[in-house]
Design a protein around this ligand. Structure first.
Ligand SMILES: NC(=O)c1ccc[n+]([C@@H]2O[C@H](COP(=O)([O-])OP(=O)(O)OC[C@H]3O[C@@H](n4cnc5c(N)ncnc54)[C@H](OP(=O)(O)O)[C@@H]3O)[C@@H](O)[C@H]2O)c1
Length: 161
């Protein structure tokens, strides 16, 4: 099973200068809890922004230019990344925008953190067709422990045609 996980600002922005624009402790914990023990697949730029493999997860990096990264499995396409795992295993696509654009066509689940604030950034989540996804759950926060704006955790599944 292929799952997308992402945090998106109200105006669609997900990052700037290869970094995140906000720090929401609840979202960091949600990401860690949800993906721990599962493989994570990411683009080469997102790997560079993390700077190291995420612990307790098999890290797969997609790149056309890089062959080897210590502690990671490097592959040349999303298809090759998906093919590494049995279909029943939940595998997470963790970004960035280029890889989300490919994964939106094939993912089964979509964990979306809606950050209810606008940010200026150079990278946005690709347009996605909400009519193809069914909302399974939504948990709202008026603000975080240390974050001053509202946000919500949503989980969608793809509607089977
Ligand atoms: N808000 C969030 O939840 C979230 C999550 C993740 C990332 N982000 C942000 O997103 C930004 C990075 O996103 P991005 O779109 O610039 O980069 P990206 O998707 O992380 O990585 C792009 C790279 O992936 C490789 N790639 C892309 N398509 C490929 C294909 N079809 N076949 C083989 N390789 C392919 C290429 O690597 P090579 O150049 O090596 O060939 C490309 O340069 C950062 O600002 C980051 O902070 C935000």
């Amino acid at each position: 099973m292929l799952s997308i996980i992402v945090a998106v600002a109200r105006n669609g922005v997900i990052g700037d200068k290869n970094a995140l624009l906000w720090h929401i402790s609840e979202d960091m914990r949600f990401f860690r809890r949800t993906t721990s023990g599962h493989p994570v697949i990411m683009g080469r730029k997102t790997y560079e922004s993390l700077g190291r493999p995420l612990p307790n997860r098999q890290n797969v990096v997609i790149s056309r230019t890089t062959q080897e990264i210590e502690g990671c499995t490097v592959v040349g396409s999303l298809e090759q990344a998906i093919a590494l795992f049995p279909a029943e295993e939940e595998v997470f696509i963790i970004g960035g925008a280029q890889i989300y654009a490919l994964a939106l066509e094939v993912a089964d689940r979509f964990y979306l953190t809606r950050v209810e604030h606008d940010y200026q950034g150079d990278t946005s989540f690709p347009a996605w067709d909400e009519s193809k996804w069914r909302l399974l759950s939504r948990e709202e926060f008026e603000l975080g422990e240390k974050y001053p704006y509202p946000f919500a955790f949503e989980l969608y599944e793809r509607i089977k045609e």
